[in-house]
Design a protein around this ligand. Structure first.
Ligand code: ACM
Length: 263
């Protein structure tokens, strides 16, 4: 059994010190867990007014005040954290999810499905769909708008992810409904951590959610409040893909009949 948590909060666009102060208190609350998920682009905020602003608020992953802060917390609490991160690499920026453990950065995913104005700022992710083995479970990473593409959830599940961590800045009011369904269809745990608050013309919809491989909602948050929640998860439940005693949902796939999906 492991303890997993979400931290639903509103980063302050353009004020990393204030964002870190807020997170400091929230991480202290969830410290005695194994895995914590923080929203998308938590080091910068989301609704940039220009490409320049998006770049100015991005950080290099190896020289980042935000990453150093998370690394300190992981070490202090013997914790794994997944967080959204506005990542600068040379002259590009990526909408990234980073996985950090007690010994530092383990890996990252760069968002492939860019939403609305993100297309003006970010490069499309170029690291594929990795799954990371952290010893007591295997972690897959997706970010926000990836929720609408069933293919990516299935690929991570086929690669052995037990828990898919999904930092988000969701704005469409119905997106959270898909999460227990993706969990059920792939028999995995999903932790979707959304943010709250408003930036310009965007209102973020909160309602962070943790779902289990049966599609049950283990925990869900309010629409507006900054809040944390902790649940106990047995990752082994995600390794049993049997639906009935004669139906393994992965082995029963008839992939030769699915070729039309690739075009
Ligand atoms: C989103 O992908 N941030 C909606």
């Amino acid at each position: 059994m492991l303890k997993a948590a979400f931290i639903q909060f509103a980063p302050i666009i353009g004020n990393l010190n204030k964002t870190i102060s807020k997170l400091e208190l929230l991480i202290e609350k969830t410290g005695k867990t194994n895995l914590v998920v923080i929203p998308e682009l938590a080091n910068s905020g989301y609704n940039f007014n220009s490409k320049e602003q998006a770049f100015d608020l991005a950080e290099n992953i190896n020289k980042s005040q935000y990453i150093e802060f998370l690394e300190d917390k992981c070490k202090k609490f013997n914790l794994f954290i997944v967080s959204g991160f506005n990542e600068k690499e040379k002259n590009q920026i990526f909408n990234t999810a980073v996985l950090i453990g007690p010994k530092g950065i383990i890996g990252k995913y760069r968002k492939i499905h860019l939403f609305m104005n993100e297309k003006d700022y970010f490069s499309k992710g170029n690291l594929g769909l990795p799954v990371f083995d952290i010893g007591f479970c295997k972690i897959g990473l997706l970010i926000c708008f990836d929720w609408i593409f069933p293919e990516v959830w299935r690929i991570l599940a086929l690669k052995g992810a037990d828990i898919i961590c999904h930092p988000s800045n969701l704005v469409l009011p119905y997106a959270q409904k898909a999460i227990p369904i993706h969990a059920m269809l792939n028999k995995v745990f999903i932790i979707t951590t959304n943010r709250t608050g408003k930036e310009g013309n965007l209102t973020f919809t909160g309602k962070s959610i943790i779902a289990n491989p049966n599609g049950e909602i283990l925990m869900s948050a309010s629409e507006n409040e900054e809040e944390t929640a902790i649940v106990k998860i047995d990752p082994a439940l995600a390794r049993n893909k049997m639906m009935t005693e004669r139906n393994d949902i992965f082995k029963d796939r008839i992939t030769e009949d699915y070729k039309e999906i690739i075009n």
